[in-house]
Design a protein around this ligand. Structure first.
Ligand code: 1HN
Length: 350
């Protein structure tokens, strides 16, 4: 709307008119058009960081407050400071820190929301997905695709914490959420540990196996040990991209698409002392520092990051990453595959 100064009478007239049409649940487009169709993304979400050193004890305190069984999932949601009460870290994504104590079980259930885990702290826990267990090691990226049964347990001696990433806000937006609890607390094991990785994650698939790009991968764990080795090999030869360092995209090896259709996941190596040029993209992104320390600049914000810290980078905010004395290894996830499927995704190298 072009704005001009209105006479008192015109203002009155419009106000009266808006009241009349409001009674019929109508409202004038011209008052909101600019906000509805901005020249570029103007996310409500803001840049923020959760410093693991600061929040860890609060996560541990939850262990004395409620059991995993009572909570079903003992999780502290990471809420975007500009989206409080909405259980989201960006418009489209959820993040939380989940704690499971030795001997506990988080009971089996399934839902149409897709989930990923990034193991941060402690050893001895497992996740079971559709009848197969995987032991969780720090840095492992594990998925539970939509409608797969999943339960967790801790057979070790120490508390285990991981980051959960889900597409909850997307499914809420679409009103497409279904969920179901299992009668069995823990799933019966129908395949031995490592089966999916051997069948689908060793540069092979069973002969005759075919998937569309909308289907999630059967590989439900991307072990950090392998990812890290690959990153280091890549970084040993060739120069880092000026804007991204060495950045890799996790894939469904059978299709080349993202591991799950709604959430993209990435890993990034920033060599010691390297500073990326400013970059922005339309997928609001959750970054997790797996190794090293440095600075993350998001728009006007600058965060000092260390291991296990979480930073949220809203859509179209300028991002720069600087590694300190030690190289940075960052994990990230976003709604990029959804935007790409719809032809909406944009990036800009500044
Ligand atoms: C869920 O199923 C898990 O399985 C974690 O660990 C967090 C948040 C909302 C809805 C379901 C899990 C979740 C969740």
């Amino acid at each position: 709307m072009q704005t001009r100064v209105l006479t008192a009478e015109e203002s009155q007239q419009r106000k009266r008119y808006y009241g009349e049409i409001g009674a019929h649940y109508m409202t004038p487009l011209w008052e909101v058009l600019g906000a509805l169709v901005p020249n570029e993304p103007k996310p409500i979400a803001q840049a923020a960081m959760w410093r693991y050193e600061d929040v860890r004890r609060h996560v541990m305190d939850a262990g004395a407050l409620i059991t995993a069984a009572e909570a079903e999932r003992r999780v502290l949601i990471l809420e975007n400071p500009a989206l409080l009460g909405q259980s989201c870290i960006t418009n489209s994504l959820y993040a939380g820190l989940q704690l499971i104590l030795p001997g506990e079980v988080a009971p089996a259930h399934r839902h149409t929301q897709s989930a990923l885990r990034l193991v941060l702290d402690g050893e001895g826990a497992y996740t079971a997905v559709d009848g197969e267990k995987t032991t969780m090691y720090r840095g492992d990226f594990i998925i539970t695709p939509a409608w797969t049964w999943h339960d967790h347990g801790n057979l070790g001696q120490e508390p285990v914490v991981w980051l959960d990433g889900l597409d909850i806000p997307m499914l809420r937006f679409l009103d497409a959420g279904f969920a179901e609890k299992s009668e069995a607390t823990s799933q019966a094991e129908v395949r031995p540990e490592g089966d999916a990785l051997a069948r689908y994650g060793a540069n092979m698939v069973p002969v005759g196996f075919a998937q569309t790009s909308a289907e999630p991968t059967r590989v439900f764990v991307y072990p950090w040990k392998k990812t890290r080795e690959a990153l280091h090999s890549i970084a040993r030869s060739g120069a880092p991209d000026a804007h991204l360092g060495f950045k890799q995209r996790f894939v469904n090896p059978a299709t080349g698409a993202s591991p799950m259709p709604t959430i993209g996941a990435f890993v990034q190596h920033i060599p010691a002392g390297f500073e990326t040029r400013a970059y922005r993209s339309t997928d609001g992104t959750v970054l997790v520092c797996l190794e090293g320390s440095g600075q993350v600049e998001v728009g006007q914000h600058c965060f000092d990051i260390a291991e296990n810290d979480v930073v949220v980078v809203p859509s179209w905010q300028r991002l720069r990453v600087r590694a300190g004395k030690n190289a940075l290894n960052l994990f990230s996830y976003s709604d990029r595959p959804v935007q790409q499927a719809l032809g909406l995704w944009r990036e800009e190298r500044l």
